[in-house]
Design a protein around this ligand. Structure first.
Ligand SMILES: [Zn+2]
Length: 263
């Protein structure tokens, strides 16, 4: 038997009255454990086995499974779980963490990202959209897709009226360089029948560019400590979501669901 801290990412019925739980842990990454229903679990353990609880778990191996013998809550997010939009967003974050974490590999970094994001959703210190976009950018960077946003990749200029995010290459192009690149690519297209790789260029305002730079360079507990004008939020959200999903290579049902319930 051993103990580990962990966050309940998923929970589903298993057998007659047990539950199969996916825990995100610092040392072992994502692990699947069985929580016995009813009396077999130590009393007081039940709250720590609920979805999105962060707790400490006593785990033992028996047969093909790991079993939770007892558990205690370290942190819950009551305001987050009571709000349909916030809890839907929490499910999307859990899907992303599930996708980006592995079994038996270190999971501390993604775990701290998701806990910080849940804390922000729970306390409501930032708009949900800002938390979502910041989470997505940090998650993308963490999984090996850190974009290079310090300057235009063409002329090295650091700011412009509009910067374009070259999503697949994780680079910026200023509007002048973008126009030049578009001319060249039109000529190339005319000269060749090759099907070019899908390219996505998203226009970013100076505020959105600054917000993305901040989020990607901030310390672990500080990545949400910035404010963005509400009018800039849609552009920030679009860039972050497109960036993450393009690199993961697919969408998420939990994200689609969140979009149907957010106001
Ligand atoms: Zn340029």
């Amino acid at each position: 038997m051993y103990t580990t801290d962990g966050l309940v990412l998923r929970s589903k019925p298993f057998g007659e009255n047990d539950r199969l739980i996916t825990l995100l842990t610092p040392e072992e990454g994502r692990i699947t454990v069985v929580a016995k229903g009813g009396r077999s679990l130590k009393s007081g353990s039940l709250p720590a086995t609920q979805l999105f609880s962060y707790g400490n778990y006593e785990i033992s191996h028996r047969g093909d499974y790991k079993w939770i013998r007892g558990a205690s809550v370290l942190r819950q997010f009551p305001a987050m779980t009571a709000d349909i939009a916030k809890v839907s967003l929490a499910s999307y974050f859990a899907s992303v963490a599930d996708e980006l974490s592995g079994e038996n590999e270190e999971g501390g970094e993604i775990l701290r990202l998701i806990l910080n994001s849940y804390h922000a959703l729970d306390t409501g210190i930032r708009p949900d959209g800002q938390i979502k976009a910041a989470f997505e950018l940090r998650a993308a960077a963490m999984s090996g897709f850190m974009p290079e946003l310090s300057s235009c990749r063409g002329c090295r200029r650091e700011s412009a009226e509009v910067m374009y995010l070259d999503v697949m290459n994780g680079r910026l192009l200023c509007d002048d360089c973008m126009r030049r690149a578009a001319l060249i690519s039109a000529k190339e297209k005319a000269a060749s029948e090759d099907i070019r790789e899908a390219e996505i260029f998203l226009p970013l305002s100076p505020s959105v560019t600054a917000a993305m730079r901040y989020v990607l360079n901030a310390g672990e507990g500080r990545f949400l400590a910035f404010s963005l004008d509400i009018s800039e939020l849609p552009g920030f959200c679009r860039a972050a979501e497109t960036y993450l999903l393009s690199h993961i290579g697919h969408g998420f049902d939990t994200l689609e669901f969140y979009k149907t319930v957010k106001d």
